[in-house]
Structure formats: structure tokens, C-alpha cells
Design a protein around this ligand. Sequence first.
Ligand code: GDD
Ligand code: MG
Length: 391
Amino acid sequence: MWHSSEGEFTAEGKQCSRPGCCSWDASVIEAILLVGGQGTRLRPLTATTPKPMLPVAGQPITVHQIRRARAAGVGRVVLGTSYRADVFTRALGDGADLGIDVAYAHETTPLGTGGAIRNAAEELNCGPNDPVVVFNGDIINGLDIAALVDGHVSSGSAVTLHLTTVEDPRRYGLVPTDETGRVLTFLEKPETEAEIVTNQINAGCYVFRRSVIDRIALGRPVSVERETFPGLLRDGDLVRGVVDDSYWLDLGTPWDYVQGSVDLVTGRAPGAQIPSGAQIRGGQSLVLDGANVSPEATLSGGTTIDRGCVVAADAIVDGCVVMTNVHIGQGARLFRSAVGAGAKIEAGAVITEAVVGDGARIGRDAVIGAGARIGVGAVVPDGITVTANRG
Ligand code: GDD
Ligand code: MG
């Protein structure tokens, strides 16, 4: 049994024993998943599919995250949707197939990360002192979510942030802490060298005390990173950071997206749940049920070939994500690329570190490389070379 400002908890049941103190029960921990962003950096893949619904190792990022949350004791998740909300509701419904309650909080105009959290809180059932786990919807990691929640409750923090360390922190929120883990400042996407005071960053998973979420303004855009966290620090609330340097990746760019899927297939990223009927071949590739891969084709480097694909003889597909119903012709070679649903890659084409939109056609012997992005339904004529700067 331990006590915190949130009540008393037993190690086994994690149920507060003080009448009326709080209602936290680990079996019904609630979470909010932020899935409303536009996924701009992942275009054209996100033209039809919102970023969190893009497949990694054969299943949507969101499904992967929900399964991990459920394994950590989360019993109910509210999806904060905006862009292409219909895709989530159609695929996940009420969550029955995933063994978890799924609810939705829709924003007709995007409310930003903080506004989305506040909006989603309208759908929560828990009490004011209970912990609520919040996830950015584009992250895969090896975080011990249950330990983060336990530490949050026992420390009586207003918010606990998962932090990780990266070589180049400029794309992220910088979060220096003192020796006790107390967050000192929160600096989102620093613009000058002088602002880079740490390589410790916000890893996009938080545990909030419910009442702290309720203090965020309802119905207007709020950035949790630029407004809520700095405001809590100014007000002297206890905001703690927990550095966990296990596997972590934000899948926000095409190259990181492909890398995340590859890492799940090869086992470098933990927790891949392989769809039923799929086969992992030699620890190097994942072929989903209903794909037709020639025995003369070579799949390697953590490639996924999704349902309904055809891969012809002598094709090489290395370190790629190939979505549903793609046709890869004889002798085509694809490296570290993402290919959208229904695309057709003709014989002899070569694609390197590129993105091919849904339904595009890459002509015979065409060469696509150096970070090129081929639009949805675009046609690249036979023999043409397309290059672009990797962005
Ligand atoms: N519902 C909703 N509404 N969701 C949103 C909105 C919105 O208006 N804006 C963004 N999101 C969701 C995105 O779908 C994504 O899952 C998550 O919020 C974070 O947005 P990103 O666009 O991916 O942010 P980022 O990667 O630039 O930065 C964030 O993540 C970093 C870690 O990966 C910040 O939280 C950084 O501080 C952090 O370091
Ligand atoms: Mg992101």
C-alpha cells in the first residue's frame, strides 16, 4: 500500500481504499489518443489515409498503439479526431475487436494538441484525481506505460511526461529536468542554437491528473506544448519528466515511417503484433494473407507486402512498406520506400527512398529516387527518371 495526494493504493489492485477519495482502478485506466493532425509531411500517403491509420508491420499505427496501451492496463481510449475521422470510426468501431472500449471526440476544426486533449476529456468517465494517459498518434516505442502511470500516481504530479534523448532535438519539444526529474522549462521546436539546452525531448506520451486537463480552455485551439506545459510550470505545478531510452520513433516523415515499420518487422522495435494469417519470412519480411509473391522474388530488410499484392519473379523489395493491392512487375527493384495501395510498378522500374501515392503507375524501367514523391494516381512514363531532394 502507498499513499499519494491522489489516495491510497495497493500494489495488486491499485484501488484507492479511502472512501470518496478517488476512483482510480488500474483495470479501467482511460487514455486519449491524438489522431487529428493532417500528416502534411507524409503526403501523398496521407491524402486518403490519416497518418495514424497508415500501416506499420501490416496494421495501422493506431491499432499498434491501442494494443500496447491495452496490454499496459488501459481499458478505454478516446480518439481525438479531426482530419478524416471517418477512416477511424470505420476501422475501429467501438473497439470490440481490440478488446477495449473506443470512444471518439471529433473536432470540426482542429483544436491543436491541447485543445484536442480538452475536447476528448468530455468523453472521459474517470474522476478529477484519476490519471489519464495521453498519446501522440504517430509514435512507436518500448515505453513501460504501466510504470509511467504508477510513478505519476505515487509522486502526486500534475503531469508526467515520457522523455527520450535524441542526437538532433530541433524537430521536437526540449524538456530539461532537474536531478529529481522535475521539468524546468518546455521549449517546443527551438529556432536558435542558444535554445538547444538539452537533447532530452518530449516523447509524446503523458499522464495527466484529470483535473489538470479540465483546466485547459474548451473549444478554442490550444497547443499543449506551447501553452499548457509552460503555463503549468509558471503556476508552480509539479510536472515530472521520466527519461526512458528504450526504442522510440516519431513516424512523421516518410523515411521515419518506413523505418518504423521495418524495425517492427525485424524485431528492433518491440511489440509487433503480426496480423493473423501473415508470415514473417526469415525474420526479414512480412507477407500478409492473400499476397502472391513469386518464389523467384527477393524480400528483405524488414519489408512488408500487404494483402492482395502481386510480386513477380526477380523483383527485389528491400526495407519497404508495400500497401494493399500493389502490383510489382518482373525484375523491379524497390529500396527503403513506401508504396500506396493499388499502385502499379512495371517491370524493371527502380525506386529508391521514395514515396509512391495510391494508384500511381511507375512505367517500365523508370527510375524514381532521392526522396521523390509520386502523387496519388500519377503516371510516370516508361524509362523516365524522377529525382527530388529528400525532405
Ligand atoms: N485531434 C487533434 N487535433 N490531433 C492533433 C492536432 C489537432 O489539432 N494537431 C496534431 N494532432 C496530433 C497528430 O495527429 C499527432 O498524432 C500528434 O497530435 C502530434 O502532432 P505532430 O504533428 O506529429 O507533432 P510533432 O511530431 O511535430 O511534435 C510533437 O511530437 C514530438 C514527439 O514526436 C510535439 O508533442 C513535440 O513536443 C514532441 O517532441
Ligand atoms: Mg509527430
